[in-house]
Design a protein around this ligand. Structure first.
Ligand SMILES: Nc1ncnc2c1ncn2[C@@H]1O[C@H](COP(=O)(O)OP(=O)(O)OP(=O)(O)O)[C@@H](O)[C@H]1O
Ligand SMILES: [Mg+2]
Length: 161
């Protein structure tokens, strides 16, 4: 499947809503890479994903200065949020424990994935966000049948409120 998009997101609410629908569709073991310039809306999308996965009350996806990876409880699953903005080299990845994150029960979302693309397994979903004239434009690049299926479902629900 080729890159799908652009999906127009005219407000932060649109970004969250797309994330929510993505979060509902994400299967256990899924890995999602988010790319885009500073302020594009990557964390906003991740918050929506968390909401769609049923993040527990009181938790909000954030990007703390000194932690590359945060884990959020979502029912019987976990959302692992890896933000590579401050990564200095591949050795920094080892200390995060992200490799365990893709095991049973987890979904891994990686912000600034272009800084260390090796975190992505062969099958993954890459999401590119860029600035548009009105809000943002988002592209979906699925690698692997399960991710293509997910993108088909996501696009099929695109116009439903
Ligand atoms: N579709 C949109 N249209 C307009 N503003 C948006 C949209 N999506 C998100 N925003 C806003 O853009 C700002 C930056 O969002 P966010 O922090 O999610 O970006 P980011 O890509 O994670 O940034 P960083 O590069 O610092 O990690 C926020 O104020 C957010 O509300
Ligand atoms: Mg961010």
């Amino acid at each position: 499947m080729r890159a799908q998009g652009p999906i127009h997101l005219s407000s932060a609410r649109d970004t969250v809503d797309l994330g929510v629908r993505m979060g509902r569709l994400l299967f256990t073991g899924a890995v999602v890479g988010l790319s885009g310039p500073m302020g594009a809306g990557k964390t906003t999308l991740a918050r929506g994903i968390a909401e769609g996965m049923g993040i527990e009350e009181g938790y909000v996806v954030s990007s703390p200065t000194y932690t590359l990876m945060q884990v959020y409880p979502c029912g019987d699953r976990q959302l692992y949020h890896l933000d590579l903005y401050r990564i200095e080299g591949p050795e920094d990845l080892d200390s995060t424990g992200y490799r365990d994150a893709v095991g049973p029960g987890g979904v891994l979302v990686v912000e600034w994935v272009e800084r260390q693309p090796s975190v992505l397994p062969a099958e993954n979903l890459q999401v590119l966000i860029r600035y548009g004239n009105d809000g943002r434009e988002l592209f979906l690049l699925p690698a692997g049948e399960r991710y293509e299926e997910l993108v088909r479902h996501l696009l099929a629900g695109q116009n439903t409120p």
